[in-house]
Design a protein around this ligand. Sequence first.
Ligand code: HEM
Ligand code: SF4
Ligand code: SF4
Length: 525
Amino acid sequence: MDAIRGLLRFPLDRLERLLGTVFPAHWNPLFNLGALGFFFYWVITVSGIYIYIFFDTGIHEAYQSIEYMTNEQWYLAGVMRSLHRYASDALIICLLLHMAREFSLGRYRGARWFSWVTGIAAMMLIYMAGISGYWLVWDKLAQYVAIVSTEWLDWLPIFGEPVARNFLAPGSLDNRFFTLMIFLHIAVPLFALAVLWMHLQRVVKPVINPPRGLAAGSFLSMLALSLVLPAVSQGPADLARVPGNVGLDWIYLPLFPLLERLPGSVTWSAAMAVFLILITIPVLPPMKRSAAAVVDLGNCNGCTRCDLDCPYEAIAMVERKDDSPFSMMPQVSASLCVGCGICAGSCPTSMPFRRRADLSPGIDLPDFTMAMLRDEVEAVAKRISGPGRLIVFSCQHGVRASDVKHGSCAAVSLRCIGQLPPSFIDYVLSRDLADGVLLAGCKENDCYNRFGLRWTEDRLAGQRDPHLRARVDRRRLKTVWCGAGGNAWLDAELAAFSQEMASLESLPGKAHAQAPRVKEDAAHG
Ligand code: HEM
Ligand code: SF4
Ligand code: SF4
C-alpha cells in the first residue's frame, strides 16, 4: 500500500509545485479540493434550477427544450447549461484528486475511516447523478448512455423485465420515463448532499468554502469556457437506429466503451472488486494505533486548552466531581484519539523546566511523554557541537528526523509539530543546548493533523496559549513548513540558519538570554 501511495504522491507533488508557481499558497487548488467540490456543487445546483425552468419532460419535447436553451437563449440558458456541464466535470476532477490526495497522504485510515467511506458513497451518488443528467438531453449520446447502462444493469436479475428493451424500439418509451429520470436527477444529488453532511461529521472545523479569489477564478474560467465552447447536443435520439459515433464525456463516461464490449460477468466482478478494495482499505491491513492521551487530574486546572486544540474532537470537558477547586476536567475518547499529542503541546503544565518527577502535564501521551521528549532533546543536544548548533523539531509526517543530515544539527521527531509546547524552545535556548531551534513540519495549509501547524504558528506569534515567552530571541528560531518531500529545501535552510547562528555566536556577548535554572510555574508571557 505504501508503494502505491508513493507512486501517487509523485505526480501529485509535481502538480502541487506547478500550481504553487501560479497560485499563492492558501489558494493552491490542491489544498482546497473539498471546499472546491462544494463550490462546484452549488454552481451545479443554481444552474440546474435555472435550466429546469425551461426543460420539458416530454419524450419529444425534452430534446427540443434543450435546443431552445442552447440556440435561442444561448446568452443565459445556454450559458447555464454549459456551466452545469463544466461544473459537473470540474466536480469529478476535484473529487478524484481529493480522493487520490487523501489516500497518498495516508489521511484515510484510523479516525478518518468514516470520512473515507462516506466520501466513496458520495462519489458513487455524484457519478449516478451525472450519468442520469446525460439521459435527460435525449440526444444520440443520451440514447447510447441509456442503452449501455440499462444493458449493464439488466445483467443483474433485479428487474423483472429487461429495462434496456425500452430503448431498442420506437414507441416503447413514454413521458413517465422522463419524469422518473428527472426525479432521479434531482433526488440523487440531494441524497449525495446528505451523505456529504455525514462526510464532515467527524471533521473538526471543516473548510467548505474555498478562498474567494479561487472561487471567482474557477467560476470565471468555467464561464469563459461556456462562451467559447458551449455544451451542445449530438442530434436527437432515434430509437429506430443504433447510435453510432457518439462523442463521449471522458470524465463521466470513460468506462462506457468497456461496459459495452466486455461481458457483464467481467465488468460487474471488476466493479465489485474495486468497490470492496476502496471500502476496506481504511482498515486493511489493520493500522497500528498510538496509545490515546491520558489525563492526570493532579496536574489539570481545567483550563480547556486541550479541548480547544484537539483536531479530532477526542476531548470533552466534563464536570469534575472530586474535591478539587477546579470545576471541569477533560475526558479523552480513546476511540477518537489518534495520539497526535497536540493536547499535550497546548497544556500549560507541559513545562520542561520542571524537575523530572514534576514533568507530568495535565494531559500527555503515555507512549511519548513530555518527560521522554525532554530526555530526547537533552540526548541529541549532546551529539551536536561546533558553531551554529541547531536542534530540529520535526513532525513525523514531514521530513524524517533521520533524514536531517546537516553537520551541526540533530533532530527530534514529534507526532505532530503541534505536540511541541513553546516552552521547549525556550528550554533549548536558555539552557544553551543549541544555538538555534528549527521547526520542520507539513506544508503550509496542509498539516496532517489539520491544525498542528496553525496552532504552532499562533502560539509562536503569541496569539494562542501557550505563548512562546517574550524573552526568547526570535532570531534563533526558524520554521520550515516543507512537508515530507522537502529534504532539499530543509537542507538548504539548515545550512543557512546554522551559518547565521554561528555568526550570531561570534558577536561580542551572547545574543540570547540565559534562563535561571529554577523550577518555573505554568505562567507564560
Ligand atoms: C463531492 C464530494 C466531496 C466533497 C464535496 C468533499 C468535501 C470535503 C471537505 C470540505 C473536507 C474537509 C476538508 C478540510 O477542511 O480539511 C473533506 C474531508 C475529507 N474527505 Fe472529502 N469530499 C468529497 C468526496 C470525498 C471522497 C470521494 C473521498 C474519498 C473516498 C473523500 C475523503 C475525505 C477524507 C478522508 C477527509 C478527511 C480529511 C481530514 O480529516 O483531514 N472525500 N471532504
Ligand atoms: S492526542 Fe491528539 S487526538 Fe488525542 S486527545 Fe490529544 S489532541 Fe486529541
Ligand atoms: S490543557 Fe492541561 S490543564 Fe488545561 S484542561 Fe487540558 S489537561 Fe487540564
